[in-house]
Design a binder for this molecule. Structure first.
Ligand SMILES: Cc1ncc(COP(=O)(O)O)c(C=O)c1O
Length: 491
């Protein structure tokens, strides 16, 4: 037994106050055995050692061991000490079952804050994050783990102190510098490293800016349909949400809104979930409007690396100098979501307050992995991985489109399905119950999301979001067969 176990017994002894010391010790040891702190077949320490560690007499320990043995909790093996029994006495198993039985949820008794109720009342995070046809899931098995591990191993050999303490500088300096270079070239973002703040993903970025820049009751414009993650973050941070419709040119702004918004949230390169691209005219319109009304445009550039034909659309942020745009990007789609690393490019005046706020709210960490990521980008592996994935996802997308065209027909593909992203939208008739079809498919192991649930306004289109990036062609075919049956019996 290590002294960790002795510490545990000492803590239990403090709570076991009734009866003679050897009985108290017996109960503590029995409790530790029942709870698995001393697991089956574990060797108990020599009585002399335990007595010394607990500061009790050896006789006390011997007495406790003897009672444990008599009740069947331990076995004494001649010459090799005392061992926890492999099978515990029946009485013990019953109390164990009682102890392990899940505590019934005390829903009625827990009082959440209004904010907590709002958050949970709109919770949308799905437990299904992998497999056909989870929308937006990249193929995490294709990430070059071995290559990344080599970089990490090299850097971790002698980590500098700066990478092991809290960071208050908005993330690792190397990653910010590598990202600035990458974003200038790949996304036409106008920035330097000073304007970049590393986050734990776009979610955290939205949380941070809404806390720092918005007050209760401030307004935010959101695309409708749109990404519910952003919607919920804004809602719990007290913003009033004004849904804006989406057409083939992206968000349709209501420029006569009597309460100009503090935030205008858009996915200009690839509208989520419909897929349109914010036209140049609308971009200019939004920029002019934001300047005039002191609004911030929040550009969510979550998956723009994946365009399968034509030129990538440049970021809205770089369209005009000193634009009132907070640009957000993520490694969740290009690498893998559990990495939890994203970034914001913010106007210069916001950089310092946001950096301080991030340190205050979340403290800064994960600096070793950020350093490795910077190296991964600098050595060209990031761009190479994106190129590989673009090819792979392009093929999978074409395969899925082929299935849809062959077995359902062209009309099932939405008009905004540009050749981009990690999902596409299957068009359903206006009277179809997309929620019911998705539930039916899920019961058969196929995960699709109903388009109608992405809307805030009652007028909703019906459809299904199908993610193709993480599904091999063979599996796609089988899953599509199941989905088709669900559609046939659902319409
Ligand atoms: C439109 C959109 N924005 C942001 C995110 C989340 O990004 P992150 O993982 O960086 O928080 C997602 C995730 O699916 C998304 O679809």
């Amino acid at each position: 037994m290590q002294s960790l176990h002795a510490d545990h017994l000492l803590q239990r002894l403090q709570q076991e106050t009734a009866g003679p010391l050897h009985e108290r010790l017996f109960r503590c040891l029995r409790g530790a055995i029942i709870d698995g702190v001393l697991p089956a077949t574990h060797r108990l320490p020599a009585s002399r050692d335990l007595a010394r560690e607990l500061g009790v007499s050896r006789n006390t320990v011997l007495n406790a061991y003897e009672t444990l043995r008599a009740e069947g909790y331990v076995q004494a093996r001649t010459g090799s000490g005392t061992w926890v029994a492999e099978v515990l006495p029946e009485s013990c198993l019953q109390s164990q079952a009682r102890a392990r039985a899940p505590t019934p949820p005390r829903r009625g008794k827990v009082t959440l804050s209004q904010r907590g109720n709002t958050l949970l009342g709109h919770a949308g995070a799905s437990p299904h994050q992998w497999g056909a046809f989870v929308p937006g899931a990249p193929d995490v098995t294709a990430f070059p783990h071995a290559q990344f591990s080599r970089i990490q191993a090299r850097l971790n050999r002698e980590p500098e102190i700066d990478r092991l303490i809290y960071s208050s500088s908005g993330g690792g300096v190397e990653l910010r510098a590598a990202l600035a270079d990458y974003l200038r070239v790949a996304r036409s973002v106008a920035c330097d490293a000073e304007q970049i703040i590393i986050t734990e993903g776009i979610h955290q970025g939205v949380d941070l800016i809404s806390r720092l820049l918005c007050d209760n009751g401030d307004r935010a414009w959101l695309e409708d349909p749109g990404y519910w993650g952003t919607r919920n973050l804004l809602r719990i941070n007290g913003l009033e949400i004004r849904p804006m419709p989406v057409d083939e040119q992206g968000l349709v702004p209501d420029l006569s809104d009597p309460h100009p918004p503090r935030l205008i949230c858009v996915t200009p390169s690839h509208q989520y979930p419909l897929g349109s691209h914010l036209s140049l005219a609308r971009r200019q319109q939004l920029l002019a409007y934001a300047r005039q009304h002191g609004s911030w445009i929040v550009e969510d550039d979550y998956d723009s690396e994946f365009r399968f034909s034509g030129q990538p659309f440049p970021a809205l942020q770089g369209l005009e100098p000193d634009s009132p745009v907070i640009y957000m990007g993520t490694f969740s789609k290009t690498l893998y979501p559990a990495l939890r690393i994203g970034y914001m490019v913010v106007p210069r005046a916001l950089a310092e307050p946001l950096r301080l706020a991030a340190a205050e709210l979340y403290r800064g960490g994960h600096l070793l992995i950020q350093r490795a990521l910077a190296e991964f980008i600098r050595e060209g592996h990031y761009a190479a991985h994106i190129r590989r994935m673009r090819l792979l996802y392009g093929k999978r997308r074409a395969f899925l489109i082929g299935l849809i065209q062959r077995y359902l027909g062209d009309a099932w593909l939405r008009e905004f399905n540009h050749d981009a992203g990690l999902h596409l939208v299957l068009n359903l008739p206006a009277d179809a119950d997309d929620v019911m079809i998705a539930a039916r498919a899920l019961r058969r192991g196929v995960k699709v999301r109903p388009l109608s649930q992405y809307y805030m306004q009652p007028q909703r289109r019906r459809g299904l979001l199908l993610g193709f990036a993480c599904v091999e062609e063979k599996k796609m075919m089988a899953a599509f067969g199941v989905l088709k049956q669900c559609l046939d019996s659902g319409s």
